[in-house]
Design a protein around this ligand. Structure first.
Ligand code: PMP
Length: 389
């Protein structure tokens, strides 16, 4: 592992845990703390673990402004997306045989939809405009009498572009169509008030907001009436929707991280806006810089940029021992295929193959951005010179 790393700028892939979330976790691990199984209701150890989980559920619900009974703990956004889409269609097929989603969703949504297509469900994949946004018209035009579910992400993991989910939720509610939102990149970073937005299903993941990996949740509006089917069968935990022994330490830690993220939302966003401006200024000193995606609709902690004449692979190799950035979503890196998000936005050629994602957050310092910006500029100049020789 490179210990001389100058800057970790891959927060969209995952974030370091907040010390507060680590502390919260420590209380539920060893024999001197509360390690019991929350389902062991016959003794006080188990009851204490169950009560810690109840409190965590309450904290999550407070942050999302929803009913705590509508929160289902899962292993993260991948599982939440699968449970939302697959579980909903399993339970609701009689209501319609059509899903609307976008061509730039996370693979956990796209592959789930592809699986459902193999089961005879029709899926429409919407394409965004050149700013990476879906227009309300394109969503409404895709709906048919058969549409049971619309599944869209809130903030895109590669460009940071944010969709107005409140507006979409109201339009779909008036048509009686269910709405699932993948909020993995937005939860804890922008306000999500479920008491104001009629969203039916919402996925989130703790490791994107300084919580631990391997834990997340799915919000299911009016869970009792939602008719969701489980994907797993077992001990009946989480109202039978997600059986399996609950990981108290991860759940409590996620809730601590989420509460902190909600409390620090404006401060963290302000910090990221300053860092983004600084990065744009440093990189703006180069010729041939392209910012991918509408900048005003983007969350401040993700920047997607291409440099004329420089391939993303070459740039990442040149920087890999000093700066952690990525050529797209971590789940896709390693694949030679360029970003499906940028492609869906109509970005082509060198600009598509040269796009890199730079993402940062609460613990990124101005110094790190300054140094990283300088290193990127030097690498771009060096690579362009090499190419012209
Ligand atoms: N959706 C989006 C938008 C994401 O960015 C990610 C993480 N890359 C996921 C879903 C999957 O989340 P998890 O890692 O918790 O499975």
């Amino acid at each position: 592992m490179p210990l001389n790393i100058k800057a970790y700028l891959d927060y969209a892939a995952t974030t370091p845990m907040a010390p507060e979330a680590v502390d919260a976790m420590q209380c539920y691990l060893t024999s001197s703390s509360n390690f019991a199984n929350a389902a062991s209701s016959q003794h006080s150890y188990g009851q204490n673990a169950a009560s810690a989980i109840d409190n965590a559920r309450l904290e999550m619900a407070r942050g999302l402004r929803c009913n705590p009974k509508d929160i289902i703990f899962t292993s993260g956004a991948t599982e939440s997306n699968n449970l939302a889409i697959n579980g909903f269609m399993l339970g609701y097929q009689n209501r319609g045989n059509h899903i609307v989603t976008s061509a730039y969703e996370h693979k956990s949504v796209l592959d789930c939809c592809r699986h459902l297509e193999s089961q005879g469900i029709r899926v429409t994949y919407l394409r965004p405009d050149s700013d990476g946004l879906l227009t309300m018209d394109s969503i409404l035009n895709a709906l048919t009498d058969e549409t049971a579910l619309v599944s869209l992400m809130h903030v895109n993991n590669e460009t940071g572009i944010m969709q107005d989910i409140g507006c979409i939720a109201h339009a779909l509610e008036s048509k009686g169509i269910a709405f699932h939102v993948d909020a993995a990149q937005s939860a804890g970073k922008v306000p999500i008030d479920l008491s104001l937005m009629p969203i039916d299903l919402l996925s989130l993941s703790a490791h994107k907001f300084h919580g631990p990996k391997g834990i997340g949740c799915l919000y299911v509006r009016n869970r009792k009436q939602a008719g969701l089917r489980p994907l797993l069968y077992g001990g009946g935990q989480e109202y039978g929707l997600r059986p399996g022994t609950l990981p108290t330490h991860q759940i409590v830690s996620m809730a601590a991280a989420f509460t902190l993220a909600c409390a620090r939302q404006e401060a963290d966003a302000g910090h990221c806006r300053q860092l983004r401006q600084m990065l744009r200024t440093v990189l703006g000193g180069l010729d041939g810089v392209h910012w991918n995606g509408g900048q005003n609709d983007a969350i401040p902690n993700i920047v997607n940029v291409s440099f004329d004449g420089v391939g993303a692979d070459a740039l990442l190799i040149a920087l890999r021992d000093s700066i952690a950035i990525s050529s797209g979503s971590a789940c896709n890196s390693g694949a030679i295929e360029p970003s499906n998000v940028l492609r869906a936005m109509g970005i082509e050629g060198d600009r598509l193959y040269g796009a890199v994602r730079i993402s940062f957050g609460r613990y990124t310092t101005a110094d790190e951005i300054e140094q990283a910006g300088q290193s990127i500029c030097e690498a771009v100049i060096r690579l362009r010179k090499l190419a012209s020789e």
